[in-house]
Design a protein around this ligand. Structure first.
Ligand code: CO8
Length: 260
């Protein structure tokens, strides 16, 4: 696929999607969002890809937000269309069977943090700065940030971050429960690949099913969530991977998952 604003590379089962507009600190405009949507659909279909990593080009930004220059002239209808386009990408990430990791290599502000929040988890460089400063521009997070952040860290902390527009260091974002791990800028990419490889070597059906249970279970009450978990759990006994994983354990060898 020909792309102008993103780069996609697959190495050893890991698909890396890099937002590539460093001159605008990788801000998300309509074109980037459209390219991302097609690329994510392609990565989900590509059987060679086990895990996807989303990151930003250059060493300054992951994504510094929705494109303010593009948003400036929007009327409510255009704003709604732009917001929906962004939400489609964020929802797609949640629905993907494959794990999607955000490697936050610099500024993750506004729509940039919203993109990271839509991923399964976030690793950040110690140079990263994270926040949702939309209210300082007279708007609110519109790519799922109000929903995803409140679900992740609870409504009170989400309100503090969104109402104040304050920007957190990577370490603070870890303390707030937004970022899983912080690494030096030099280490980030290798450490993200390490965890991606660890995930990629597990049974893909089991990993995808665990994601399904967590993502969809969060929208249910606990009793329905447990029932959902149980039905997914029992379905896995129909897979060859379940037999292989358990036989390998008993035979004290490494499992060879076929993702069947
Ligand atoms: N949009 C467009 N261009 C941007 C953006 C952005 N979000 N961020 C940076 N740029 C551009 C700058 O305008 C500048 O371009 P130029 O050279 O043409 O002036 C270039 O990138 C470099 O940026 P700076 O010169 O500002 O670099 P600094 O190192 O001085 O500052 C900052 C870096 C602190 C990251 C600063 O650029 C900044 O504050 N950026 C904006 C951060 C922000 O407020 N983000 C939130 C945007 S709103 C949003 O994301 C809403 C998403 C949901 C939309 C839903 C629609 C309904």
């Amino acid at each position: 696929m020909e792309t102008k604003c993103i780069l996609v590379e697959v190495t050893e089962g890991i698909g890396v999607l890099k937002i590539n507009r460093p001159e605008s600190l990788n801000a998300l405009n309509g074109e980037v969002l459209e390219e991302m949507e097609s690329a994510l659909v392609g990565l989900e279909r590509d059987t060679a890809v086990k895990v996807v990593v989303v990151t930003g080009a250059g060493n300054k930004a992951f994504v510094a937000g929705g494109d303010i220059k593009e948003m400036l002239a929007m009327d409510p209808l255009a704003g709604q269309a732009f917001g929906r386009k962004g939400q489609r990408v964020m929802l797609l990430i949640g629905k993907m069977k494959k794990t999607v990791i955000a490697a936050v290599n610099g500024y993750a502000l506004g729509g940039g943090l919203e993109l990271a929040l839509a991923c399964d988890f976030i690793y950040a460089s110690d140079k990263a700065k994270l926040g949702l400063p939309e209210v300082t521009l007279g708007v609110i997070p519109g790519f799922g940030g109000t929903q995803n952040l409140a679900r992740l860290i609870g409504p009170n902390k989400a309100k503090e971050l969104i109402f104040s527009g304050k920007i957190l260091s990577a370490q603070q974002a870890k303390e707030w429960g937004i970022v899983n791990e912080v690494f030096t800028a030099e280490e980030l990419s290798a450490r993200v690949m390490e965890i991606a490889q660890l995930i990629a070597h597990n049974g893909m059906i089991a990993v995808a099913t665990a994601k399904d249970a967590i993502v969809n279970g969060l929208n249910m009450n606990k009793e329905d969530g447990l029932r959902y978990e149980s039905s997914l759990f029992s379905m896995l006994f129909a897979t060859e991977d379940q037999k292989e994983g358990m036989q390998a354990f008993i035979a004290k060898r490494k499992p060879e998952f076929k993702n069947k």
